[in-house]
Design a binder for this molecule. Sequence first.
Ligand code: NAP
Length: 326
Amino acid sequence: MVRAVRIDRHGGPEELQLVDLEVGDPGPGQIRIRHRAIGLNYIDVYQRSGLYPFPMPLTLGMEGAGVVEAVGEGVTHLKEGDRAVYCGSPPGSYSEARLIPAALVCQLPDAISFETGAAMMLKGLTAQYLLKKTLPMEGLQQGDFVLFHAAAGGVGLIACQWARLLGLRLIATAGSPEKCQMALDHGASHAIDYRQEDFAARVAEITGGQGVKVVYDSVGKDTFDKSLECLRPFGLMASFGNASGPVPPFAPASLAKKSLYLTRQTLFNHYNTRERAQAMADDLFSVVASGEVKIDIHQRYPLADVQQAHRELEARKTTGCSILLP
Ligand SMILES: NC(=O)c1ccc[n+]([C@@H]2O[C@H](COP(=O)([O-])OP(=O)(O)OC[C@H]3O[C@@H](n4cnc5c(N)ncnc54)[C@H](OP(=O)(O)O)[C@@H]3O)[C@@H](O)[C@H]2O)c1
């Protein structure tokens, strides 16, 4: 038996309950991993609340790091005793140990701690596919402006550093002066407190009226319309989250004035086969192991305090990455 955090119905943080679960042995293509650290992500909130509905009961959690305890038939890239790290479906990482499809699990390099591994996969791979693969028609060149919302969050602080590495000028938005300073300290070229300032007006000022080539928008409802204003002609609106609520239906004609492109991206269309998962992870491992991208874990919670962790994440009280410790 292991301790795990389960919900029996969608709802608020009070639905997160510690229970004892049977884990069992891995089937074909699966491994059993014993977690040393667990990543906390905003997607966990959507899965808990029902914005992304799931059959019940559900053990939450999409990211973790630990030690491989057993491997199922056909698994060749992992063995018992390996340090391992993963992100992806099905949820279930809010637990001391679990079964998971091995295809999404990678060996964790010795240079990277379990805590860093658990914090960085889902968020780091998201920053990576956004900045490297979610691009305007003509790509992104050194010196180009992009706008990145919620830049002091988990994905955000990694994106600030990776954008600097790529030579991009990342204009950050964040919800307080302290968060703005944090984004600047991590490589953003400019930062806008979007709770105090009109971010579209500031972007126009910063870019000399040109606008940015891409907006990376995980805030959703509250920022979508104004984000379109920030784009230059043929720019790309890359929507990838709904922290403030889902974007309501809108008229495609609103893209016409500047011939804008719109995409709604999801990590798990990129990170979905053994080969792609490993290639993406190797790229992340390399920038983290070299120190070019630092994984800032600003919140650590015992697994039993998961309700508090969700409350703080939803209340915009966290910065950088958060982990749960089993
Ligand atoms: N599609 C994908 O592939 C993918 C993958 C990973 C993450 N995501 C999305 O990326 C975003 C960041 O994920 P994360 O785990 O790193 O979380 P996070 O950024 O650490 O936390 C969310 C942040 O969103 C901002 N926010 C703005 N309005 C908000 C509101 N009304 N309620 C709550 N937060 C609000 C807050 O920062 P401020 O106070 O600075 O505004 C908050 O700290 C999430 O929307 C997540 O769903 C998408």
